[in-house]
Design a protein around this ligand. Sequence first.
Ligand code: ADP
Ligand code: MG
Length: 270
Amino acid sequence: MTELVIDDLQASVAGKQILHGVTLTVRSGEVHAVMGPNGSGKSTLSNVLMGRPGYEVTGGTVTLDGIDLLALPTWERAQAGLFLAQQYPTEVPGVAVREVLSEALVAAGRSTAELESLVAGEAERIGLSAALLDRAMNVDLSGGEKKRNETVQLAVLQPRIAVLDELDSGLDVDALRDVARRIEQATNDGFDGSPPLGALVITHYNRLLTELHPDVVHVFAAGKVQRTGGPELATELEESGYAEWAQLAEPEAAPARPVVDDPFFAGGTL
Ligand code: ADP
Ligand code: MG
């Protein structure tokens, strides 16, 4: 049994405090949905969990089975069993997905002998042409292909806890179903006898959750969890929208300079 424990996590980016004390725990086999308005800090949370440069932790703790994740570089967090599917997957020209997976397996002490059949099987399951895995990481892939690609990587890497940041964005209905089903299955059965996957699923919409069934739903706004409930909360949010929660966002300070990028603006008033 694995446990990701986030306790009172606070973080800033570009000098601005974004996370204001996030507390939640994800265990093996659990699916937690994090839903909330745009700009509330959901992607910041996922980036901070994975240790993306530029995000500064200003308080709180994150542990994975007791290991202090915040003290580790990103690759060691991955080896400890954490996986992040980014909202906007990073393009890495010149590096093929297969090479990345192969290196990751070696680094984790796993055999690469099965890599080809594992990749081919997973690609087929979620309807991704395996030839795309020979391309450079996320380069020249459609939005849907990127998300399927992330899911193949997840299934091959076999993490213990996955953070999925808007895995549903840019997916058509068929791709959404395939990807959600694959992850739902991992949260039920695990991978090859491992404990079932725990998932922190950041999403705007309910539609992902019709295949990937959340045990717990968190409303996330203004940089923290504002309310926690069961699956019915996702339905309620779909009906009520995020207006109530969006108001919680701190009022933006008036910009010192106009935000419009106006080449004719010479410092006076617009
Ligand atoms: P969400 O995923 O909930 O839409 P984000 O975490 O992407 O929200 O953004 C929360 C706030 O943090 C926004 O105001 C955004 O502009 C800011 N932010 C996030 N990442 C960065 C970054 N790398 N540099 C500057 N500001 C950032
Ligand atoms: Mg986001």
